[in-house]
Design a protein. Structure first.
Length: 147
């Protein structure tokens, strides 16, 4: 099912399957290159939860995955016009939420059996979390409340 990429805690870490939807915690991915490697590794349709970047980025690194693997994007941290303008055209669904909990709930609502929800922030920690471990633990806590 997966190609070669070293899985560790908080890096392409399959943490739960709920109603046929797999949840992957990839909070160590703090840049687009790491997130791209994760997408390359996965073979299921992807619902991507991303953090809101603090600056403009070149999303051309992800273009192949956006058109062939990623079906939906949910960002948290508030609206990101830059991301929406550059990425929404490639996916079935694009949404912006304020908190990670809201983003996980939104991602879960668009995911279908056979999909994978990937929490890969692709940006440095600039939210309410201390580090990638702290936000990974919160992700795990949040998905435990889903049913």
């Amino acid at each position: 099912m997966r190609r070669n990429l070293k899985r560790t805690t908080y890096r392409v870490d399959s943490v739960k399957t709920l109603n046929g939807v797999e949840f992957i915690c990839d909070t160590r991915a703090t840049d687009l290159l790491s997130t791209r490697d994760t997408f390359k590794y996965l073979e299921k349709p992807i619902v991507w939860i991303s953090g809101k970047p603090q600056h403009e980025r070149d999303y051309s690194l992800l273009e192949n995955y956006l058109t062939h693997k990623i079906k939906a994007i949910v960002i948290y941290g508030g609206p990101s016009d830059d991301m929406e303008n550059k990425l929404a055209q490639f996916v079935e669904s694009f949404d912006s939420k304020t908190t990670l909990k809201e983003a996980v709930t939104a991602a879960h609502s668009v995911a279908k059996k056979g999909d994978v929800i990937v929490y890969s922030p692709s940006c440095a920690v600039k939210d309410d979390y201390l580090n990638y471990v702290d936000r990974g633990k919160d992700f795990l806590r949040i998905i435990e409340t889903l049913n």
